[in-house]
Design a protein around this ligand. Sequence first.
Ligand SMILES: *[C@@H]1O[C@H](CO)[C@@H](O)[C@H](O)[C@H]1NC(C)=O
Ligand SMILES: *[C@@H]1O[C@H](CO)[C@@H](O)[C@H](O)[C@H]1NC(C)=O
Ligand SMILES: *[C@@H]1O[C@H](CO)[C@@H](O)[C@H](O)[C@H]1NC(C)=O
Ligand SMILES: *[C@@H]1O[C@H](CO)[C@@H](O)[C@H](O)[C@H]1NC(C)=O
Ligand SMILES: *[C@@H]1O[C@H](CO)[C@@H](O)[C@H](O)[C@H]1NC(C)=O
Length: 368
Amino acid sequence: MGLPSYLKPYLLYLLFRLLNVTTTNSTKPLKQEAVLFGGNFPALYVIGDSLVDPGNNNYLLTLVRANFKPYGSNFEGGKATGRFSDGKTIADYIAIYYGLPLAPAYMGLSKKEKNNLSTSINYASASCGIFPDTGKQFGRCLSMNVQIDLLNKTIEKNLKKKFKTQSELSNHLSESLFMTAIGVNDYAFTYKKNATDANEFAIKLLNEFLIQLERLYSLGARNFFINNIKPLGCYPNIIAKTVPRGSCDDSLNLAIDIFNVQLRESLSHMHRTLSNTSFLYSDYFNFMLGLRGPSSNQVSSNLLNTTSPCCPKVYNGGSTTTCLPFSKACKEPDMFIFFDPRHPTQIANFMYAISCFQERQVCHVVID
Ligand SMILES: *[C@@H]1O[C@H](CO)[C@@H](O)[C@H](O)[C@H]1NC(C)=O
Ligand SMILES: *[C@@H]1O[C@H](CO)[C@@H](O)[C@H](O)[C@H]1NC(C)=O
Ligand SMILES: *[C@@H]1O[C@H](CO)[C@@H](O)[C@H](O)[C@H]1NC(C)=O
Ligand SMILES: *[C@@H]1O[C@H](CO)[C@@H](O)[C@H](O)[C@H]1NC(C)=O
Ligand SMILES: *[C@@H]1O[C@H](CO)[C@@H](O)[C@H](O)[C@H]1NC(C)=O
């Protein structure tokens, strides 16, 4: 993966400082490590929310969309595809790492394209989550179970045509990579901080998530790339309202961390009990916390802006909580980790890819 030309040397320096990179390589290589980091997947199938939605919501009746400027200002010369960023998402960088084309939005594919595609599809949908009702107050979106229904439809209606025998199809699915990045909207819209027990909520949400993972398994998926849930409590839309202003909402982060810790344990369990599975667990939560700096109360860096979004340029957490078609954006998204109040910039997503694949700080193969 080449460095984007705009990546200035001091940003790289900053990156390595922020991520506290260690260069020692102490762990022995594992077989699963070769599979998951080796990069020989025929296809990438993406299940997720706005972190990785490449434009599915453009085709749904909803207000939660990003198919207008200033979104996409760094994407293929300035295309607002529906990605909630100025450029590539983490799903895009993962596809690039594995030498695959960027997974296109399922909703945007014609019947003909669906029948002739066996190298990646993205079902992710902004505002939705793991629970079927999450995010529905804003309009239509595809919740996790519906995304998997659509994947099932892809297999039944399209892939079965492309692969003539059942064993060719099974091989394709068992060799492909299935990535998930979903769950934060369940915390943003369904979890009520004072009214819900954090442990109970995490267990219910995790149970639903694991049911959906098992559905993926039953469809033939064997290789999983699972992102945990981001530290929502440190995102601009939340920290605009905290006291002292700019500090993270630690109780929200703690609630999310309960889910993440149990998720990590559950994946070990699944790896042991479901044959032939490989899991890559990505600690997106701590990656984003690391970008912010060492303390939830203070910001470590004065080179990258880690508290305010690029768009809207003036953001006080008031009535305008998103980047809108008429919003004024900052001139240099590369100086910010957040593009809008809820989503990272391309530069943050790029740093994620480096930290995941090159430094192996964020991504770990799940072992027993
Ligand atoms: C199917 O996809 C391949 C590779 O992307 C392309 O060369 C070919 O023309 C497509 N066929 C049809 C019928 O669209
Ligand atoms: C939640 O509880 C905190 C402290 O107990 C209180 O300050 C806050 O107003 C409560 N929020 C809601 C929405 O009830
Ligand atoms: C996939 O679709 C088939 C046919 O409609 C159905 O029998 C099967 O239960 C579905 N599988 C999952 C995991 O939803
Ligand atoms: C696991 O992999 C082996 C060897 O490829 C295969 O024979 C077996 O059917 C697989 N089992 C499952 C449940 O996929
Ligand atoms: C981040 O950017 C905002 C908006 O441009 C600005 O008001 C704020 O001072 C910046 N913060 C830091 C730490 O540079």
